[in-house]
Design a protein around this ligand. Sequence first.
Ligand code: IPM
Ligand code: MN
Length: 349
Amino acid sequence: MYRIAVIPGDGTGPEQVREGLKVLKAVARKRGFQLETITFEHGGGYYLRTGELLPPHVLEEFRSFDAIYLGAIGHPEVPPGILEQGILLRLRFELDQYVNLRPVRLYPGVQTPIAGKGPQDIDFVVVRENTEGLYAGSGGFLKRGTPDEVAIQTSINTRKGVERCIRFAFEYCRARNRGRKVTLCGKTNVLTYAFDLWERVFHEVGEEYQEIARDYAHIDAICMWMVKNPEWFDVIVTDNMFGDIITDLGAMVQGGMGIAAGGNLNPEGVSMFEPIGGSAPKYAGKNVINPLAAICAGSMLLEHLGEAGAAVQVEEAVKQVCAKHIKSLAAGRMGFSTSEVGDLVVSYL
Ligand code: IPM
Ligand code: MN
């Protein structure tokens, strides 16, 4: 029996999570384990109703779960920054989910915008540092609103934070056992302090993994290579900001937001799994959003719980649905409704 905290959130989040839970519960039944889910209403809608983002007692409660399953946070009537910082980033930081793991995998039947590349070429993961860098909130204003104003936003890179993220990347690469290569993505030619630290730690930790090749690419160049030669990559490790950017690029390379999933991991604590697309308010409540990203996030959640067989079973079912049924990953163009896609995945378990 596993206890899962569910945060359906805003926009299409609830519909995606509903289908994800349908699949998770079905695979649990087949494999003889149980999922106890407790739903939390937090998100933009809840904030507008109650003025509450994420009170300390709720945060404490989350610590007692085996995992968190998140739909999407974001509301058109809430100014940018409030929900991101007050809920999503707060969860990542407070629960010390120091790795954001984002697989970029093209499934058969899914169309990539990259001509001439297929599933054998597009199969890598990005290990994004998830608690530091430019996201740490370090900085401030001087003379704000005057002609003399100064705005400072500092990238925080700690030895501990960089090392645990890089070590995770090498461990993950070893366990994955595919290309046996970790690529550090940075900007050592300009950000000569932050990425000096990253580069030193990368090679120091990498020495412990003799069977794994080490490679390096600047952030701008990797945007080019991810499109031109995605087959070069196995595991990419990078900081929070660069990781944010290249994982949206990665989502497009693997066919779109309709399939892109991620895990915010604290290997020693509570981790959180989410489709990486936003709340897509214009599609909310229409039963047209693609739930496969949430279902793939569910597969990652199962793997994290130690239910590797169930995780593979879900991923294989998603592959079948992509290969045999879905016309497009885009909302409203799948050829099926949101709930029908969930049912299809269940039928292949
Ligand atoms: C993501 C999102 C978030 C981020 C936003 C919503 C704060 O873009 O999960 O990638 O920047 O990390
Ligand atoms: Mn992002």
